[in-house]
Design a protein around this ligand. Structure first.
Ligand SMILES: NC(=O)c1ccc[n+]([C@@H]2O[C@H](COP(=O)([O-])OP(=O)(O)OC[C@H]3O[C@@H](n4cnc5c(N)ncnc54)[C@H](O)[C@@H]3O)[C@@H](O)[C@H]2O)c1
Length: 248
């Protein structure tokens, strides 16, 4: 496959470049701020400069980049794997619009392990959800710009699918009153170089179940995004996620 790596100068983009180059081809990268001389492939500041043909774009960059690469991808009918996190409603609607013309794979976490954790959490929620206080704690490196993580939200949404009455509570501060049973607590820790840690606790009377996933290397997300690209090429327009890929 021929891949465009969007955000190629970033912590993730560099690893995606390495992982893709093992068996596939990075035809070029896009990065507004990277030093273009540090790469063995052409690196552009915007998709408007791209002359290479590609089968898929993999994006690990920033939210606003969608306004550069999605119109380009729609025009050239190129599937997109979106790994960037933290989108607001307007941005999500823009992604949705593009997915009417091209296949888009979007996941706040590209690792297989976290998606297994999601299944375990949904199972636990369906069995003990009504007797348990459920809290999610995520930890990431101090460079991360959004909180809570896209993955924490992904896990919370999965639990809310099973328990629709749950209300998200982001962190706690001040005189909050007693914890209400419908609360689903979501908490973010930031520090050091932690690649990504997610814990979901189910607190019951006199017992606690905690399930946890820790990413030990960023390569796990890069490899997942390449698998997503392989899955996506040839698909009909629409939005796909890890569940679709794991089910296949
Ligand atoms: N889905 C997943 O599995 C997963 C895993 C890890 C990180 N992420 C997400 O990927 C994103 C990138 O993470 P990172 O740690 O590599 O960040 P980073 O800051 O190291 O890299 C971002 C790159 O984007 C470039 N950039 C910034 N603005 C740009 C613009 N307007 N146009 C083009 N390029 C631009 C920067 O120069 C930089 O090289 C974040 O949103 C992060 O949450 C997702």
């Amino acid at each position: 496959m021929k891949i465009i790596v969007y955000g190629i100068g970033g912590a993730m983009g560099k690893i995606v470049n390495e992982v893709v180059s093992r068996e596939d081809e990075v035809v070029c990268g896009v990065d507004k701020f990277a030093d273009k001389n540090n790469f063995s492939v052409p690196v552009y500041s915007s998709c408007k400069e791209i002359t290479e043909k590609a089968d898929c774009i993999i994006d690990f960059s920033v939210r606003e980049a969608i306004y550069d690469y999605l119109p380009y991808a729609v025009e050239h009918k190129i599937p997109c794997v979106i790994a960037t996190t933290g989108y607001d409603e307007k941005e999500l609607a823009f992604i949705d619009e593009a997915s009417r013309t091209i296949p888009v794979f979007k996941s706040g976490n590209m690792s297989v392990g976290i998606n297994v954790l999601l299944r375990i959490a949904k199972l636990a929620a369906s069995v003990i959800g009504n007797q348990a206080d459920i809290e999610i704690v995520e930890t990431h490196h101090h460079r991360k710009v959004d909180a809570p993580s896209g993955t924490a939200l992904l896990l919370a949404e999965g639990i809310k699918e099973v328990l629709p009455d749950k209300q998200y509570v982001f962190g706690r501060n001040g005189h909050t009153g007693k914890r209400k049973p419908e609360e689903l607590g979501i908490h973010a820790l930031r520090g050091g170089t932690v690649v990504g840690k997610h814990e979901i606790s189910f607190f019951m009377n006199s017992e606690v179940i905690t399930v946890k996933h820790e990413a030990e290397s960023r390569a796990v997300f890069a490899e997942g995004s390449l698998s997503a690209a392989r899955f996506l090429v040839g698909k009909n327009p629409g939005i796909y996620n890890m569940n679709d890929m794991l089910n296949q």
